[in-house]
Design a protein around this ligand. Structure first.
Ligand code: CU
Length: 147
């Protein structure tokens, strides 16, 4: 009898669960950056951002190691590599947003200190819906193409 009551209670609770709004959730994996020369003003950070449940939008990033941070895209125009600021970037469930050398990246401007290989620094990603996510970006070699 007790089991039957429990089953009925679960059935009664089920519709509410189905209709509940799925909270936006974005995970950030493999955050990293390239080491910079001592005199470098700028650096770049990379990561993979995945949305689960509902789509979200990457609206920006921040880090204590840089005075200014922008979302950038590297494009090739007339055989010349150029960077330009992007607007907010969409993250669709099942289609991770990959920030990587030669593509989208977090531009770290007015570096307050050189990025030294083997060290790490905090970087916070902000979204239209999900709560901000802070991760530790590992610093790879100056010419690294992956973390
Ligand atoms: Cu850039």
């Amino acid at each position: 009898m007790r089991r039957l009551i429990l089953t009925l209670a679960l059935l009664a609770a089920a519709p509410a669960t189905l209709h509940a709004q799925t909270p936006a959730n974005v995970s950030v994996t493999a955050p990293w950056a390239r080491a910079t020369a001592a005199s470098a003003m700028n650096g770049a950070a990379y990561a993979t951002l995945s949305a689960s449940g509902t789509a979200d939008t990457l609206t920006g990033a921040s880090t204590p190691v840089a005075g200014m941070v922008e979302l950038h895209q590297t494009i090739q125009a007339n055989g010349v590599m150029q960077m330009r600021p992007t607007g907010p970037l969409a993250i669709e469930p099942g289609k991770p947003l990959v920030l990587s050398p030669g593509g989208y990246h977090v531009m770290l401007m007015h570096l307050k200190q050189p990025l030294k290989q083997g060290e790490s620094f905090p970087i916070t990603f902000t979204f239209a819906h999900a709560a901000p996510v802070t991760v530790q970006a590992k610093i790879a070699g100056p010419g690294a193409t992956a973390p």
